[in-house]
Design a protein around this ligand. Structure first.
Ligand code: FAD
Length: 316
């Protein structure tokens, strides 16, 4: 079976959940091979092996890690040339979508971004995307070259399948043209102790209905082990950081469970959460548009409903 390349999302060798998801998806299309960019591959190997990576192409090269995007695309193109894969999968992020676009030009292959699902299909690979703020579901197939696909987090539950994760070092000379923007410093984000919003399996969000008091939203999120999101109204009021904003001008999330508390359901908010698998809303206005798209709705005051829900989960 042909190889399917998966770009590893990691922090200093600590592999993120999205990589396990992509390796699981890759097994539907061929034999997964991980592409690891950076040092400390030894820390990453056990998890890559656990989710089915037969090979790990390692690009440990400062000319790639010290510069923005263009060298990464060159590095991926070098691995594509070496492996002749059936497909290349990357976790969706601003950087990876740019790298994927550059890679598709270099390899003259078709590109699909922000896929929600990927399946093997007759003569190719079929993807599912959501378009126009979730108004349309689009099925698409790449017709030229090995498909390059970026996948949103939570596209598929990770399933373990032990493999060997054999390390294959990749030698590469990055062109001077690609080294046009050097990274001069990077600060790790202060950790909240909660999962990353775009990666979380569950998200509890608060809106203007919180009146600035996010404590019931946070308490419910914490009992579930969920990330906390916010509507733009809450962010614009200064009640929650912009990094937590969900929507058209915020983050796009696609968790297993999304709980919207005191959020009316404006189209710009839906654009960031409509592809969530299960949606619950708590709103005291039964006419609120959010109830049009929920799986479960609670008409009530979030300051009464959320503490009860938190206690009920705690009691389990
Ligand atoms: P509101 O619309 O004011 O709704 C508050 C809701 O809380 C109401 O339904 C009310 O019934 C309910 N409520 C009040 N009190 C309680 C209570 N005690 N218990 C339960 N329910 C209660 N918005 C985003 O969210 N994300 C974006 O990325 C985004 N991008 C935008 C981009 C553009 C270009 C524009 C024009 C707008 C954008 N917006 C975005 C703003 C969007 O149009 C809405 O204004 C915003 O989503 C409203 O936020 P909200 O639902 O919290 O507030």
């Amino acid at each position: 079976m042909a190889e399917v390349l998966v770009l590893v999302d990691h922090t200093n060798g600590e592999v993120k959940k999205t990589t396990a998801e992509l390796l699981t998806v890759a097994r539907r299309l061929g034999t997964p091979s991980a592409v690891f960019v950076g040092a400390n591959v030894d820390a990453a190997r056990p998890r890559l092996a656990q989710f089915g990576a037969e090979k790990v192409y390692v690009i440990d090269n400062a000319d790639v890690t010290d510069y923005l995007v263009a060298p990464l695309a060159e590095a991926l193109a070098a691995v594509v040339e070496q492996a002749a894969p059936a497909a290349v999968l990357l976790p969706s992020s601003a950087t990876n979508k740019e790298a994927a676009a550059r890679l598709s030009i270099k390899t003259e292959s078709g590109l699909i971004t922000d896929a929600l699902d990927v399946q093997a299909a007759d003569g190719g690979v079929q993807t599912t995307q959501s378009a126009f703020a979730g108004g349309f579901t689009v099925q698409a197939t790449v017709t030229k070259g090995a498909p390059i696909i970026t996948l949103k987090p939570n596209a598929c539950p990770p399933q373990a399948a032990q493999a060997s994760a054999t390390v294959v070092p990749v030698e590469l000379a990055v062109s001077d043209g690609a080294k046009s923007a050097k990274i001069t410093g990077s600060e790790p984000k202060a950790k909240s102790g909660r999962p990353e919003l775009t990666e979380a399996a569950m998200v509890v969000s608060g809106g203007r209905g919180t009146a600035g008091d996010f404590s019931p939203v946070e308490a419910f999120a914490d009992i579930l082990g969920a990330a906390v999101g916010a509507s733009r109204a809450a962010v614009d009021a200064g009640w929650y950081p912009h990094a937590n904003q969900v929507g058209q001008t915020g983050k796009q999330v696609s968790p297993q469970l999304y709980v919207a508390c005191g959020i009316s359901g404006a189209i710009q908010h839906r654009a960031g959460m409509q592809t969530s698998k299960t949606i619950i809303a708590v709103n005291k206005d039964e006419e609120a548009p959010i109830f049009e798209l929920v799986d479960f709705g609670v008409v009530g005051d979030l300051f009464e409903v959320l503490p009860q829900a938190t206690e009920a989960v705690k009691a389990k």
